[in-house]
Design a protein around this ligand. Structure first.
Ligand code: DX5
Length: 238
C-alpha cells in the first residue's frame, strides 16, 4: 500500500512535524471508535508497539492486532518491533498490513540484511536505538532507511519520563543526516508531551510518538493531539 510517508517534505525546508499516537495506551474495548477519533483529530500515522517480553519487559500486540487495525483505517501503520530476532517476523507483519517496520539496532546482527528484507517486502524502513546505544552503532545505515527512531525512554512501558540526555543524540543524528537525500525522518518516542516535544523538535526531531499525552489527556484524545500540535507551532527543526 502506498501512503504519504514523506508528507510535507519540501526540498530545502524542514520536514513537517508528524504526530503519531502509540495505541499502546488506548482503550482497547473501543478501538474502532478510538481510531476514528484519532483520524478526526488529524493525526498522521498510528504506531503499533510490538513487545515480546524478552527484548523489553512487556508483552503487547502481534500480527493479528495489526491486521485488525488495518481493516479499520487507511492511515499509515508504523509498526515498532521491540522483539528479539525481528527477521523471523518481517513477512508476517507485512502481510498483516504494516506500512513501515522499525527494528532495533540492538536486535539485528546483520542490520543491512534486515533493512534489505523490509524493502523487499515493499515497506518503509525504520531503525531504532535505545537511550544507552551510541549513534555510532548506526552511522553506516543512515542513508539506507526512511526513519531513525531515537528512544527517549527505555522501551517497555508508556508513562515514563523523557530522558533529557537523548537531545544530544538527536542533534548528532540530525547533523549526520544533512547530506542525505531524501532525508530520513527523526522520530522520538517516550515521554513526549507538549512540554518535551518542542525541545526534541529544536534538536532535530520531526516525528513525535506519544501515548500518555494523547490517551490520558484530561480533555480527551482530540485535545491531546491539539495540545501536542500547538506546542510545535513555530518551533523550527534545526
Ligand atoms: C515505550 C513505547 C512508547 C510508549 C510511549 O516503550 O515504545 O511508544 O508507548 O508512551 P508515552 O508517550 O506515554 O511515554
Amino acid at each position: 500500500m502506498s501512503f504519504p510517508f514523506y508528507t510535507g517534505i519540501i526540498a530545502g525546508m524542514s520536514n513537517k512535524h508528524l504526530i503519531v499516537p502509540s495505541i499502546l495506551s488506548a482503550d482497547l474495548t473501543r478501538i474502532g471508535d478510538v481510531v476514528l477519533e484519532l483520524e478526526n483529530a488529524g493525526i498522521d500515522w498510528i504506531q503499533i508497539d510490538v513487545m515480546d517480553g524478552h527484548f523489553v519487559p512487556n508483552i503487547t500486540f502481534g500480527p493479528s492486532f495489526v491486521e485488525a487495525i488495518r481493516r479499520i483505517t487507511s492511515l499509515p501503520l508504523d509498526v515498532h518491533l521491540m522483539i528479539q530476532d525481528p527477521d523471523r517476523y518481517l513477512e508476517v507483519f507485512a502481510e498483516a498490513g504494516a506500512s513501515s517496520l522499525t527494528v532495533h539496532i540492538e536486535t539485528c546482527p546483520d542490520i543491512q540484511r534486515t533493512i534489505a528484507a523490509i524493502r523487499e517486502l515493499g515497506l518503509h524502513v525504520g531503525v531504532a536505538l535505545n537511550p544507552e546505544t551510541p549513534v555510532s552503532a548506526l552511522t553506516d545505515v543512515l542513508s539506507l532507511v526512511d526513519l531513525i527512531l531515537v528512544m527517549t525512554v527505555n522501551p517497555g512501558f508508556a508513562g515514563q519520563t523523557f530522558i533529557q540526555s537523548t537531545l544530544n543524540k538527536i542533534r548528532e543524528i540530525h547533523s549526520l543526516l544533512a547530506e542525505i537525500e531524501p532525508r530520513p525522518r527523526i522520530q522520538v518516542d517516550g515521554g513526549i508531551s507538549a512540554e518535551t516535544a518542542p525541545s526534541a523538535a529544536s534538536a532535530g526531531a520531526d516525528t513525535f510518538v506519544a501515548a500518555s499525552a494523547i490517551f490520558k489527556h484530561p480533555q480527551g484524545i482530540k485535545a491531546g493531539v491539539e495540545s501536542l500540535k500547538n506546542s510545535l507551532v513555530g518551533v523550527k527543526t534545526r
